[in-house]
Design a protein around this ligand. Structure first.
Ligand SMILES: [Zn+2]
Ligand SMILES: [Zn+2]
Length: 328
């Protein structure tokens, strides 16, 4: 940050904060804190890396905590989708250890590499922040793109060898819980993680209009989506009751229960259009569709038969008329 070079080396974070406040009086408190952070660390890659990793861990475990509390209180079981299956403390602890391992080994390098890649593609880390409408639009696009990426790669991971050697780990929990959102083979964490990281980099590359704050908000919302989808709870106020195309927990829970179908992450449209929906309702719809197709085919065959017999009758009548004409 060039605007803080007047502060002596070794100055405290708050000295940077005060200095930025003096020369940029129009900045709000968050913008001043943001600029002070980058100035204090004095290394943008390190500043982004630390902030991103800490934020990721806080959001991941912070968002999983309410679901762990719900699992510990019997009152909430009335909204549990698979109500017989509450994860044990041992199961949750094993999951925490595994998730921490993949966060450090797989996600930390991805987080670290994001800054130089995105910076090269034109990402901004400066203040002031972008307008919230710009951020909202870009995040909506990322949700749509990530959902498509997730659908196809998740579907691919259900193919024989990939399922056996990679995706099976994620399916160890047939009744998922919040913490299990990123409980998966490192290859899967990396491949599905690219669906979250690549759209912002591509956006940067093509538009040169992207701020890293948008990335942070996007990551937070994506983590909320993934953890909530694995929560195992469907409340009357859950989002998909108001937005029917939103996937939510009821969509992904069936995927874990049935091991097939419902491959998308955030939305229901890919599974609907490509007929890969899971669950009893979808099966009933498929049966109804097959029955309707069978009935329509039978009607068509009946119509063909009657048309054929009508054609034969007409031919007989025609030859009869010809015979009658000759005899007259
Ligand atoms: Zn799966
Ligand atoms: Zn899952």
């Amino acid at each position: 940050m060039s605007n803080t070079t007047f502060v002596p080396d070794g100055a405290t974070y708050w000295a940077h904060y005060d200095h930025i406040g003096e020369i940029h009086g129009s900045f709000n408190i968050f913008e001043k804190m943001w600029a002070a952070w980058y100035a204090w660390i004095a290394n943008d890659v390190l500043a982004t890396g630390i902030m991103s990793f800490v934020m990721h861990e806080l959001v991941y475990f912070g968002r999983s905590l309410p679901w762990m509390i719900c699992d510990a209180i019997p009152y909430f079981q009335r909204w549990k989708i698979q109500d017989q299956k509450i994860p044990s403390y041992a199961e949750q602890w094993r999951c925490i250890k595994s998730v921490l391992f993949t966060h450090c080994v797989i996600e930390l390098p991805q987080i670290w590499l994001f800054h130089p890649f995105a910076k090269a593609a034109g990402m901004s880390t400066d203040v002031p922040f972008p307008a919230w409408t710009t951020m909202a639009f870009q995040i909506a696009v990322f949700f749509v793109l990530e959902d498509a990426w997730h659908y196809w790669f998740h579907r691919l991971f259900h193919w024989g060898p990939f399922y056996k050697h990679i995706h099976k780990i994620h399916h160890e929990h047939s009744a998922p819980f919040g913490l299990a959102a990123e409980y998966a083979h490192p290859v899967e964490v990396m491949m599905l993680g690219l669906g979250t990281v690549l759209p912002p980099i591509a956006w940067c590359w093509f538009s040169s209009d992207f701020h890293i704050l948008t990335m942070y908000v996007w990551i937070c919302l994506r983590l909320f989506q993934a953890i909530d989808a694995h929560s195992g709870y469907d409340f009357p106020w859950s989002l998909h009751h108001f937005l029917p195309f939103w996937a939510g927990a009821s969509h992904h829970d069936v995927h874990h229960e049935k091991f097939i179908g419902n491959y998308a992450s955030s939305f229901r449209w890919w599974d609907y259009v490509l007929d890969t929906e899971a669950g009893a309702e979808a099966q009933q719809r498929r049966r109804d569709k097959k029955r309707a197709e069978r009935d329509a085919k039978a009607i068509r065959e009946q119509q063909m038969l009657s048309m054929e017999s009508m054609g034969k009758d007409a031919a007989v009548m025609k030859s009869q008329i010809a015979v009658d004409k000759k005899t007259l």
